[in-house]
Ligand binder design. Structure first.
Ligand code: NIG
Ligand code: FE
Length: 434
């Protein structure tokens, strides 16, 4: 682990500080490494990080610098997690399918029998917007309390115009109601809806000619995703959707090579995709093309774990070619009902052989990069958004190592304290029950 990083420049002291953290250690994740500042302090001014450095370099009476001083008592501050791939809005449950899989059925077999994504599509079509909002709100709350401050959310359980718009509208309402930054993605091409069986090109036309223009008009998505897979869309169909999407000005990203090599990643690079996600079956050529176009690899160990996959993504190639690796929950009811990024950190290390520093970077700075947000999010650097989590840990590696233990003490988003753990009353303050 790096010790205090002397390469971090001493920043000029800001004129005003709204919120000042003292007695903390910082894993700034600047440039994708721990970039640790031991015995540090961190200042926030108007939603942004305005100072980060060794506490010894603060003027002697920190309480005079800021109206609000938070004594972290030796805890660690890490950038808020950026969860760059989720399907957080859905209705219904797939716990029955979990049990079917435990009895030997495969994810693909269940999908082919009208379960899987189709089962969630039925439930999501039948749910009202308010029902979807209320169920998704619980998940958002859960994410916030576990250290996520920025989340990408996809549509894709509607597969008809009205339900896709309903999902995007729910995502928009979540964005208003919760402090977390949300990046909304249109995934109308998640799978071929049953009513279009045998007519995939008709559905692709509906996506390109009707859905995409409506989504664009309403301004409720920033990117477009496609599931390019044997059980979803072919490379040629994906190309048509990407062409229409980029013509309308959307950035694209792809569920690529999750269950087989469809050569989807290579296609995505032709459209300057933000990221290719999953990538278990990525070829060396696909990786080379991703490197050439600086397309991020989003690794989703939760889905790999939950589906008991055996083929791992080619992490050695990503390293060798300098492809940025993000990691994400892929939160969804079918293949990864995982909310906690700390669990994903552990899985990334043990299942995909990432180091702790690589994994934490994947959940912060590289997550932001996969969303095109790395100029403003993902690391503790002066001028970036003050999205911070105070952790009760002894070392950053604890986030990956202590399964289920690392404790969020406080979450700050855009410089505002949005969550703080409530400590139980000290025992002596509790009156005995008569
Ligand atoms: O990322 N791969 C496609 N989509 C999701 C799964 C969605 C589902 O099973 O409901 C994924 O794994
Ligand atoms: Fe996904």
């Amino acid at each position: 682990m790096n010790q205090s990083d002397s390469t971090i420049k001493a920043e000029p002291f800001p004129r005003t500080i709204d919120l000042l953290f003292i007695n903390c250690h910082l894993a700034t994740m600047a440039k994708g490494s721990y970039s640790i500042i031991k015995n540090g302090a961190l200042g926030v001014t108007r939603k942004k990080i305005s100072w980060a450095g060794e506490q010894a370099n603060l003027p002697k009476t920190p309480e005079k610098l800021s109206p609000q001083v938070i004594d972290c008592q030796g805890k660690w501050i890490v950038p808020g997690f950026v969860d760059c791939h989720t399907h957080l809005v859905w209705a219904g449950s797939r716990s029955n399918e979990f049990e079917m899989r435990l009895n030997g059925a495969s994810y693909e077999e269940i999908a082919k029998k009208g379960g899987g994504i189709f089962s969630t599509v039925r439930a999501t079509r039948n749910a009202t917007e308010n029902e979807l909002f209320s169920q998704a709100s619980k998940r958002m709350d859960n994410l916030l309390k576990q250290g996520t401050t920025c989340v990408e959310i996809k549509s894709g359980y509607g597969l008809d115009l009205d339900t896709e718009l309903k999902m995007l509208s729910v995502i928009d309402r979540l964005n208003q109601a919760f402090p977390l930054h949300i990046e909304p993605t249109f995934l109308g091409a998640h799978t071929l809806p049953l009513e279009f069986t045998g007519k995939p090109d008709d559905y692709v036309n509906l996506v390109t000619q009707t859905m995409l223009p409506r989504v664009k008009d309403q301004g409720i998505a920033t990117a477009v995703d496609v599931f390019c897979e044997g059980i979803a869309f072919s490379k040629a169909q994906t190309r048509k959707i990407f062409k229409a999407a980029t013509d309308l000005g959307f950035r694209v990203k792809l569920h690529a090579e999750q269950l087989s090599d469809m050569d989807g990643a290579a296609l995505a690079t032709e459209f300057n995709a933000l990221s290719c996600d999953h990538l278990e079956y990525l070829s060396a050529l696909g990786a080379k093309k991703m490197a050439e176009k600086d397309v991020s690899a989003v690794l989703l160990p939760g889905a790999f774990y939950f589906l008991k996959e055996t083929q791992k993504p080619p992490v050695h190639l990503f390293r060798k070619l300098g492809i940025p690796m993000a990691i994400s929950t892929d939160l969804n009811p079918g293949s990864s009902p995982v909310h906690a990024m700390t669990l994903i950190l552990n899985m990334a290390c043990l299942l995909f052989d990432l180091g702790c520093e690589e994994a934490i970077s994947g959940a912060t700075l590289n997550g932001a990069k996969a969303l095109g947000l790395d100029k403003t999010k993902g690391s503790i650097e002066v001028g970036k958004d003050a999205d911070l989590v105070v952790w009760d840990i002894k070392t950053p590696a604890d986030l990956c190592y202590l399964l289920g233990q690392p404790q969020v003490t406080m979450v700050v988003i855009s410089g505002k304290i949005e969550y703080q753990i409530k400590r139980p009353e000290p025992i002596e303050n509790i009156l005995p029950i008569e």
